[in-house]
Design a protein around this ligand. Structure first.
Ligand code: PMP
Length: 313
């Protein structure tokens, strides 16, 4: 038997191909969904997948549900347990991505509200290797501004919010860049389209604060802790001006999908020496070990799954 993409859908595990919704679904029209992106990292030596900080992801997921007035009949811990069962059923022996999605499932149109509408949730898992194409990316400052707290709350992953990221990313890629960086309404740096951002200046780390309109990334939080604990490098969380990016010694993006991705250029300006800087490299290496369960001190950040041996690999 081959590994199979499976979904938890309407209360049961089904093949992903059978997890379908109606074209009338409210979330499809109005973006009234909330999602998460969680990685499961394959550790070949142990024959296990290490799911990185799933309970934190599900806590953010439930915050998003609250924001959209969805009452899921399940808590973060039980969502983790469901994800583990799902990963076991899929049987992948590689890096995977787990996608929980809660959505207004009511089949209605012309109904612009959140209350008195049914909601539902699904979780599915797929193989996912590298997210950003290159080891070291060329970013462009986007003409699109990061959506503001006064418009749609950016601190949770609301589906409709991602049109903002998608506009910026599309324009960046079609213009030949790898990734877009969005400024917020005040003109200070917010984040990438699906990543938080750190710069290194004079040996210290700087990253935009939550009030800059960013998603409070789980990778971001992990890196702040790792840098402090393991390298004695503290992080200054403060608004960052666009030109500070150009003058940084090192710059990197981080996120569940993007891991720690060094940035070589912004707006055609070379960042530092353009090759991966020493601080970025150290943090990147440590992070890669942590998410695969190779650092005993941080193994509690991971939930381990031993997938069945489905295929003669
Ligand atoms: N910012 C945005 C807009 C994102 O979509 C993501 C990916 N979830 C991140 C930052 C990074 O967050 P995390 O480290 O929790 O994946």
């Amino acid at each position: 038997m081959e590994p199979t993409p499976m979904a938890y859908f309407k209360g049961a595990f089904v093949p992903l191909s059978e997890a379908k919704v109606s074209v009338m679904t409210h979330a499809l029209h109005y973006g009234t969904g909330v999602f998460e992106g969680i990685r499961g990292n394959w550790n070949a030596d142990e024959g296990k997948i290490f799911i990185f900080r799933p309970e934190d992801h599900f806590a953010r997921f439930l915050d998003g549900c609250k924001m959209l007035r969805m009452n899921l009949p399940i808590d973060a811990k039980s969502l983790v347990d469901l994800s583990v069962k799902l990963v076991e059923q899929c049987g992948y022996w590689e890096d995977i991505y787990i996608r929980p999605l809660a959505y207004k499932s009511a089949e209605v149109v012309a109904n612009l509200k959140l209350h008195e509408l049914d909601d539902d949730f699904t979780i599915f898992a797929l193989p996912l290797g590298r997210y950003l194409e290159t080891e070291s990316v060329h970013c462009v400052t986007s003409g699109w501004r990061r959506i503001d707290e006064t418009m749609i709350p950016p601190r949770v992953k609301i589906s409709g919010l991602y049109v903002n990221s998608i506009l910026a990313k599309t324009d960046a890629v079609l213009a030949g860049f790898d990734e877009a960086l969005l400024l917020n309404q005040d003109g200070s740096v917010a984040e990438g389209t699906g990543e938080n951002l750190f710069l290194v200046k004079n040996g210290g780390l700087v990253t935009p604060p939550l009030y800059s309109g960013i998603l409070g990334g789980i990778t971001r939080a992990a890196l702040i802790e790792l840098a402090k604990n393991e390298f004695g490098i503290s992080t200054d969380e403060r608004p960052i001006g666009r030109s500070e990016l150009y003058l940084a010694d090192e710059l990197f993006l981080c996120g569940t999908a993007a891991h720690v991705t060094p940035v070589s250029h912004v707006d055609h300006r070379a960042i530092g020496s353009t090759s991966v800087g020493p601080v970025t490299k150290a943090i990147q290496e440590l992070y890669f070990n942590v998410i695969r369960g190779l650092q005993p001190k941080y193994r509690h950040w991971c939930v381990e799954v031993t997938p069945p041996r489905l295929s003669p690999l």
